[in-house]
Design a protein around this ligand. Structure first.
Ligand SMILES: [Zn+2]
Length: 247
């Protein structure tokens, strides 16, 4: 399966395995979950852009840690985050909630709340690109899903169902590069799964070539992601518990 990546969205690997996404539109930059600032500043300056927006999916430090410094550098930047999380994402100056629509430059985004990883996790969905896109934060990874820190298994299961209701050609921008270990785990559970095996081979090749293995697509994940394939809450919970204890 080939992924038709959006040409204006770039992934910067930072920290251990975080990916900061930068969407460029003309001379503007929109950054998603800047865990640290310096690579973002370098990227934006080297490409002669101006930072217009920061989108925050949730409050974890590896997603908001660079925001203050970016705000210092671009004092007019608009910082969009969950209204419910004003205390933990205090620099937000545009507060939004589930179901809101917001225009970001020339594109319309819909806010989809995806609870489970944290109590107030949101995602940003837009149909105004060549394919629909979803900035999904730590809810879904290629081959995996976020750990359940503050929410419940039911909330995460329902969040995955919401993702499954989107068009299958949706391009999913996850915030961590966990693909290889997720697939190795999945193969531990289903050693003969041909699609997962094939995806692991492709993933290894990408890593060898020093490419990112994400973004992914909903269609691809429906085939290879055991959490999205889970038919019931109990199956989901079984898998989540297995994954939490897998080394
Ligand atoms: Zn997180």
């Amino acid at each position: 399966m080939t992924i038709n990546k959006e040409k204006r969205i770039f992934g910067i690997p930072v920290l251990e395995d975080n990916i900061i996404w930068i969407w460029e539109e003309n001379k503007s930059a929109i950054v998603i979950d800047p865990g640290i600032s310096q690579p973002v500043i370098s990227w934006i300056e080297s490409r002669n852009l101006k930072l217009e927006y920061i989108l925050q999916t949730h409050h974890h430090h590896d997603h908001i840690g660079g925001t203050q410094e970016l705000l210092r550098k671009w004092p007019n930047v608009k910082i969009i985050a969950s209204e419910k999380d004003k205390k933990r994402i205090p620099l937000q100056n545009i507060s939004i909630s589930d179901g809101d629509s917001i225009k970001i430059l020339n594109k319309e985004f819909q806010i989809i709340e995806l609870k489970g990883h944290t109590s107030t996790h949101i995602s940003f969905y837009s149909k105004d690109f060549e394919n629909p896109i979803l900035f999904v934060g730590d809810t879904l990874f290629s081959g995996g899903c976020g750990r359940i820190f503050e929410g419940t298994h039911l909330e995460m299961f329902n969040s995955l169902k919401r993702i499954l209701s989107l068009p299958i050609n949706t391009i999913i921008y996850c915030a961590h590069e966990y693909t290889k270990s997720n697939l190795l785990w999945a193969l531990d559970i289903y050693p003969n799964d041909k699609l997962i095996k094939k995806k692991l081979e492709e993933t290894k090749k990408q890593i060898l070539a020093k490419n990112l293995t994400i973004p992914t697509t909903l269609e691809e994940e429906m085939h290879i992601n055991l959490f999205l394939r889970a038919k019931s809450l109990s199956e989901f919970s079984y898998l989540r518990a297995k994954k939490d204890s897998w080394v």
